[in-house]
Design a protein around this ligand. Structure first.
Ligand SMILES: NC(=O)C1=CN([C@@H]2O[C@H](COP(=O)(O)OP(=O)(O)OC[C@H]3O[C@@H](n4cnc5c(N)ncnc54)[C@H](O)[C@@H]3O)[C@@H](O)[C@H]2O)C=CC1
Ligand SMILES: O=C([O-])CC(=O)C(=O)O
Length: 360
């Protein structure tokens, strides 16, 4: 039987899409008219916009009245993607920039950006770990964040490119080198772990995933992905030890599940686009001054003593992380999971920091 009276409604968190998700014909225009009173202009730039994540993410952003200007950047194909999206009858404007042939593309696209989302880089193939992407993606993120430091140093930056556990520390080091580092403004987008957790818990307990909120802390690879089942909202959802173990394993290996199913053609793109859009909308709302915007993301943190970065619950404000709300009360088992993740996280962070030091 389905639960009633949910305490958390995830679709509300995904505003301005609730009517769309519920299949209401009015979406998105009717909803757009009703959204908030603020008319703050928000310019979002997507770096890697022609890719598997970049295209559906750009579509979702184009559909939202929270975004005023959408800048799409990639090495190639961006002009076509931008022309295509620009015909959609929503109010935001779309512009494409191709870095391959236009040396001013990064400057022109990033200048004035309030939010930059980075899905640029290569995805996994079966048999690879996220860390196997480091050799290519580390320099992609380094170079793109260097451009952000130059052209939009105050923007909120959301990094999607893997391995997140290293690419976010890379982004931090790059900003430090340019003397524009603000630890509150760089986010590793781990939202897909929460999206998946909500889905899998709902499947297991025959609930509506829109009503469920599973906190996920730590990082974004294998055992560093730590679902906090003891803090699921609504409270009162119970698991046997066997159920919990299988659930945690599935959440930690969900990326690999998709990589295997796609059989060499890439990793999660559509679910990631949804997760990243949801996260970007939270940033937009915070920039527009909406209170009580909460997210989980991998950020600079002193929540865990020995680590410079960790994912935990955040209150987001106009300037990025307004408050790190930490991990809450963990059970003994959950604390053990954190302890077991420390070494991997530490290594990934150091690898990112060393990479920037060497290339500087
Ligand atoms: N954080 C997360 O939860 C997730 C992260 N990912 C990661 O996202 C990344 C992108 O995945 P996909 O979109 O599937 O890959 P993709 O290969 O389909 O797209 C990547 C795009 O980035 C572009 N690109 C590469 N270097 C660039 C540069 N220097 N400047 C501008 N654009 C550049 C490529 O031309 C391509 O269009 C991968 O690293 C993947 O592992 C994927 C799923 C979930
Ligand atoms: O697994 C991958 O390579 C992509 C990813 O991060 C995810 O789907 O969680």
């Amino acid at each position: 039987m389905r639960r009633s009276a949910p305490s958390v409604n995830r679709l509300a968190a995904f505003q301005p899409f609730p009517t769309f998700a519920r299949g209401n014909d009015e979406w998105p225009r009717g909803h757009a008219r009703n959204y908030g009173s603020s008319d703050t202009c928000v310019q979002v730039t997507v770096l890697g916009a022609s890719g598997g994540i970049g295209q559906p993410l750009s579509l979702l952003l184009k559909l939202s009245p929270l975004v005023s200007k959408l800048h799409l950047v990639d090495i190639k194909h961006t002009l076509g993607v931008a022309a295509d999206l620009s015909h959609i009858d929503t109010t935001s404007t779309v512009k494409g920039f191709t870095t391959e042939k236009d040396e001013k593309a990064l400057e022109q696209s990033l200048t004035g950006s309030h939010i930059v989302i980075i899905p640029a880089g290569v995805p996994r193939k079966p048999g690879m770990s996220r860390d196997d992407l480091f050799n290519i993606n580390a320099s992609v993120v380094r170079d793109l964040v260097t451009a952000c430091a130059c052209f939009c140093p105050k923007a909120l930056i959301g990094v999607i490119s893997n391995p997140i556990n290293s690419t976010v520390p890379i982004a931090a080091e790059v900003m430090k080198l340019s003397n524009v580092y603000d630890p509150k403004k760089i986010f590793g987008i781990t939202s897909l772990d929460l999206v998946r957790s909500n889905t899998f818990v709902a499947e297991l307990k025959n609930l509506d995933p829109a009503d469920i909120e599973v906190p996920v802390i730590g990082g974004h690879a294998g055992k560093t992905i730590i679902p906090v089942l003891s803090q699921i909202k609504p409270s009162g959802i119970c698991f046997t030890d066997d159920e919990a173990a299988k659930l945690i394993h599935r959440i930690q290996e969900a990326g690999t599940e998709v990589v295997k199913a796609k059989a060499g053609t890439g990793s999660a793109t559509l679910s990631m686009a949804y997760a990243a859009a949801r996260f970007t909308f939270s940033l937009c709302k915070a920039l527009k001054g909406e209170p009580n915007i909460y997210e989980w993301a991998y950020v600079a943190s002193n929540i865990v003593d020995c680590l410079s970065h960790f994912s935990s619950k955040l209150l987001i404000g106009k300037d990025g992380v307004a408050e790190n709300l930490g991990n809450g009360d963990l059970t003994k088992k959950e604390q053990e999971m954190v302890n077991n993740a420390l070494e991997d996280l530490q290594k990934s962070i150091e690898k990112g920091v060393e990479f920037v030091k060497k290339s500087a």
